[in-house]
Each structure stands twice: as structure tokens, then as C-alpha cells.
Design a protein. Structure first.
Length: 263
């Protein structure tokens, strides 16, 4: 049934995704579990399709502006998509025990929220480290960029399939470290959104086969998130990262602690 509170949650998360490329899984999955009481595996599975469809709307805006680096996107996908398939297969293998799967997801979700929060807090420092490394040994850095990007994609494929968290928040931090001079803030957001779509669809398909998708919930979330992400993407170039980043990091840190304390 249509729930205005769920639609509002979709709208707010959509705005955050459009503005920063962050928040699809990091915010929506905890909201669905902690505020609306959905089972963790249902929240993760539904959120993956929610994130994919929501980010499609944002990518159209970034695509028109030319703020997507497709080569970086392909490198990330080369690692993340195979990893998502293998992680989905592993979840199916242990999926007979629903309690074990839900406990595993909640523990991984709490850890990923803490890692994501720390990554956001030290985002500028990591960007500066990457910039200094590139300047200090440009040739070595250039040789390492492609394999490190694929490896980062592999890590993201595993954690996104398991928790739906990481494609946005960690993806942007990783890109700022590996491509400190090549990617502008707008290109980081656009490239992250473009990579997150196929990853979420592949990971979500595994959950769909496991019956972990709530279609009514998905449609209600999308009714709020699609307008939200379009508005957020339009204003992304004007958004103040200095304000949004610490607020989001604090929210994720507190949520991660709450989840882990309850496991």
C-alpha cells in the first residue's frame, strides 16, 4: 500500500543522491530496516533496484553535461560486476538459513557504514595523498591507476551486493584518491552514478532470484526519489560539499554504531 512516509524517505534520499552521488544504500537500507521494520535481506534487495532506477534519472542530467568519465566507469565495472555475480551465488548458497543471512547482512551493513563515514571524514586528506603521489611519481601512479581501479571495483561489487552500501560513498572517495587531477567534483558524482547503475542491477538481480524484492515498497520509494534525484542533480554543481559531507558522515557513523550495537 502507498505510504507517504516511505515516499518522503525516497524523496530525501533521492535529493542526496543527486547532490552528492551518495546515499542510495548508505541511507535507504538503514531507513528501511530501522525506521520501517523491513527484514535486512528485503531492504537490501529492494534498495538495489531503487538505487539503480533512481540513479538512471541522475545520469541523464550528468550525461547531457558531459560530467561522466566512461573509461573510469568501465574500469570499475570490470571488477565490480563479476564480483557481484559471485557474491550473489554465495548468498544463494547460505540463503536457506534466513536468520544467518539477515545477521550477516546487518553486521556487514554496520561495518560498511562506519567505513563509509570514515572515508567521508578523511575524503580531502585522501584526495591530497593521491595528488601528492601523482606529482611525486607520475609514471608509477599512471601504471597503477587501471589495476587499482579494477580492484576497487571488485571490492565494491562484494560489499554492494551484500549490503547495498558503498557504490556511492566509497566509490567517490576511491575515485578522488585514484584520479585527483583528472576528475572534477561534478565528474566524480556523474561517473559514480553511471557505474552504480549496472552494479546495482546485477546485484539486485541476484536478490530478485532469491525473492528479496518488495515491489510495492520499490514503487512507493521511486515515486519520491525520481523527482528528488532530478532536482539534486540539477543543483549538484552548486551544492556545498563542506556542509553536506560532515553531516552525512556523522549520520552514517551514528547509524553504523546503532546497528552493530544491536547485532
Amino acid at each position: 500500500m502507498f505510504d507517504p512516509a516511505v515516499m518522503t524517505a525516497g524523496l530525501l534520499v533521492g535529493l542526496m543522491v543527486g547532490l552528492t552521488g551518495i546515499g542510495g544504500g548508505a541511507l535507504m537500507t538503514p531507513i528501511l530496516v530501522l525506521l520501517f521494520g523491513f527484514a535486512p535481506k528485503t531492504a537490501v534487495g529492494t534498495d538495489l533496484f531503487f538505487a539503480a532506477i533512481t540513479k538512471m534519472a541522475g545520469v541523464t542530467v550528468h550525461g547531457r553535461r558531459g560530467t561522466i568519465d566512461w573509461q573510469v566507469c568501465r574500469r570499475l565495472a570490470a571488477g565490480s560486476l563479476p564480483a557481484a555475480v559471485l557474491t550473489s551465488a554465495a548468498l544463494h548458497y547460505v540463503g536457506r538459513d534466513a536468520l544467518t543471512v539477515n545477521t550477516l547482512i546487518m553486521q556487514a551493513l554496520g561495518v560498511m557504514l562506519l567505513i563509509t563515514a570514515i572515508g567521508l571524514i578523511f575524503k580531502k586528506s585522501l584526495h591530497e595523498i593521491g595528488r601528492n603521489f601523482r606529482i611525486g611519481d607520475a609514471e608509477l601512479f599512471k601504471r597503477l591507476q587501471a589495476p587499482l581501479t579494477v580492484f576497487a571495483g571488485l571490492f565494491l561489487g562484494v560489499v554492494v551486493t551484500l549490503t547495498s552500501v558503498g557504490a556511492g560513498a566509497l566509490g567517490t572517495v576511491i575515485m578522488l584518491y585514484l584520479y585527483p587531477l583528472r576528475l572534477t567534483p561534478a565528474k566524480v558524482v556523474g561517473t559514480d552514478l553511471a557505474h552504480a547503475i549496472p552494479l546495482a542491477l546485477v546485484a539486485g538481480s541476484g536478490h530478485l532470484l532469491g525473492g528479496n524484492i518488495n515491489v510495492a515498497l520499490l514503487l512507493t520509494l521511486l515515486s519520491g526519489s525520481i523527482p528528488g534525484v532530478l532536482i539534486g542533480s540539477w543543483f549538484s554543481a552548486r551544492a556545498s560539499d563542506a556542509v553536506l559531507r560532515p553531516v552525512l558522515a556523522l549520520l552514517l557513523l551514528l547509524t553504523g554504531i546503532k546497528i552493530l550495537s544491536g547485532c
